[in-house]
Design a protein around this ligand. Structure first.
Ligand code: NAP
Length: 325
């Protein structure tokens, strides 16, 4: 089968489309024919070994010190089940599914996934390309806003980089949880974020969100656009700053703030589960959450897709069409 393989860390051209063996499934796994996948910021960071904030060594210990441990990247996928293991009860051959693989492998014509993993029936109102664009951003936003940030009706939430891969879901999920949402993005994306439910929009190129009089319960920075010292000026007492990108220095700042301050710096890593993905699928089917697609690239053009992602100016998700549905 076709797969995008890389054997060493580096720029986009370390990735090559090759023929590799189809994965063999275990008894509790399903084999999904991948029709669409995406290139996420996580794929780029791992491929390029571009781990933020002094986390290089930790990143390399996890992903492979000298050479990549996972030769095929790709977390998000949408496609059809083509084989099921002997113990699989949740799915059958032919089911249309979408999901997220924390151990990568989705940049390929097929991926083996445990039935208890972050895989669910594809929302009927999305096509495969749209469905592949959902899990990474939506699972992250759900975990950070609902579980870590405890957003509740009436919370005032600011989403920074609201037009990015996670940001577009940050706006929609904060609204779903009942928050009043301010979205920081460039002017060109203000109509987009308002269509996603943002109550206010702030153009980061001409305005400083911390300079005005607004104060927030929660600031969710989805793309490393600000820092705690800056963001805290715009937090209410007991307000929380949650950056998705953080480094070693932030861990110290977070401890100091927890002991001495009345504003918190919360550093978390999002997980992924079938329960959370099913919650997301429900939100999508009810029209409360929708994907935003920057562009759809042919699988063979994966290097260009990577270049678009690492520019950090994509709007929503960069999708790869692996096969015709
Ligand atoms: N901690 C965790 O568990 C966790 C989980 C998931 C992801 N992550 C990390 O979180 C990050 C998620 O990235 P992403 O894919 O969502 O980002 P992204 O899509 O690369 O962000 C790009 C967007 O940011 C906007 N932007 C750029 N500079 C800005 C600024 N100064 N202010 C406001 N908006 C700005 C751009 O808008 P313009 O084009 O208009 O400038 C663009 O729409 C990645 O680094 C990923 O590794 C962490």
């Amino acid at each position: 089968m076709k797969a995008a393989v890389y054997e060493r860390y580096g720029p986009a051209d370390v990735v090559e489309i090759r023929d590799v063996a189809r994965p063999a499934i275990k008894s509790d796994q399903v084999l999904v024919e991948v029709l669409a996948t995406t290139v996420t910021t996580a794929d780029w960071r791992v491929r390029a070994s571009a781990f933020p904030g002094g986390m290089w060594l930790m990143g390399r210990l996890i992903m492979g010190l000298f050479r990549p441990r996972h030769k095929v990247l790709g977390g998000e996928f949408a496609g059809r089940i083509v084989e099921t293991g002997a113990d699989v009860t949740r799915f059958k051959t032919g089911d249309e599914v979408f999901g997220f693989s924390a151990s990568f492998g989705a940049h390929a014509a097929a991926i083996a996934i445990p039935q208890i993993g972050a895989i669910a029936k594809k929302p009927e109102n999305l096509n495969f390309e749209e469905a592949a664009a959902v899990p990474f951003g939506a699972l992250t936003a759900l975990a950070f806003l609902r579980d870590f940030g405890k957003v509740e009706p009436g919370s005032q939430v600011l989403v920074a980089a609201a037009s990015g891969g996670v940001g577009v879901y940050g706006v929609q999920i904060a609204k779903h949880l009942g928050a009043e949402v301010a979205a920081v993005c460039s002017k060109a994306n203000h109509d987009l974020v308002k269509s996603l439910g943002a109550d206010h929009s702030i153009d980061y190129r001409t305005e400083d969100f911390a300079a005005g009089g607004e104060r927030y319960d929660l600031i969710f920075d989805t793309a490393g656009t600000t820092n705690f010292d800056h963001a805290r000026k715009a937090l209410k007492p007991n307000g929380v700053f949650m950056p998705l990108e953080f480094g070693i220095a932030d861990a110290f700042r977070s401890m100091v703030a927890a002991i001495f301050g009345n504003k918190k710096l919360l550093l978390r890593i999002s997980g992924d589960s079938k329960e959370e993905l099913e919650t997301i699928a429900g939100l999508v089917e009810r029209g409360e959450v929708r994907p935003v697609i920057d562009g759809i690239h042919a699988f063979d053009d994966i290097r260009q897709a990577y270049q678009r992602v690492e520019g950090r100016h994509k709007t929503g998700s960069v999708v790869l069409r692996v096969a015709e549905a």
